[in-house]
Design a protein around this ligand. Structure first.
Ligand SMILES: [Zn+2]
Length: 153
């Protein structure tokens, strides 16, 4: 019987919440929202597709990232670095289908042979906004599984 007891997920490790407020593996992509290094109120939507390794980065208003010139930009690097900080290299690499020793933005893209392919930022940003709605719910003592990504170490 004890094998049916649900074990709590291990607590997420330290992720830089200010830099990467949202990161997830969803729909075969590692994707998330990364704060701009230069402007406090601008954010970038960055993602890497598992399988193809195709990647993209733009502002939430679909302005292509200036750092994306055929190679992963600093936002994609921050996304991967913080995904690894939270989920561990093993989980991130397994989700992307690459060996664990390729656990970096460049490593994953190179291992998969991907290139920059446009994806509408809204696809990812809408999911971020959905999650943010939970922040505005009245707090109680119950853990919300949907908010596990938001917990800091
Ligand atoms: Zn970027």
């Amino acid at each position: 019987m004890s094998s049916f007891v649900a074990h709590p997920r291990p607590a997420p490790k330290k992720r830089n919440l200010a830099k990467v407020p949202f990161v997830e593996v969803f729909a075969g992509r590692l994707q998330g929202v990364v704060s701009s290094g230069s402007s406090g109120d601008r954010v970038y939507v960055s993602l890497i597709q598992a399988g193809t390794g195709n990647f993209y980065c733009s502002t939430n208003n679909n302005r292509p990232c200036g750092g994306l010139r055929g190679s992963p930009c600093k936002h994609l690097e921050a996304l991967v670095t913080n995904a690894i900080a939270q989920y561990g290299a093993e989980r991130v690499c397994r989700a992307m289908g690459v060996p664990e020793d390729t656990a970096s933005a460049w490593g994953i893209v190179n291992a998969l042979g991907g290139s920059a392919q446009k994806v509408e930022a809204g696809e990812v940003f809408a999911r971020f906004l959905d999650y943010l709605r939970y922040v505005e719910l009245p707090s109680d003592q119950q853990a919300r599984p949907e908010m596990a990504w938001f917990v800091t170490g």
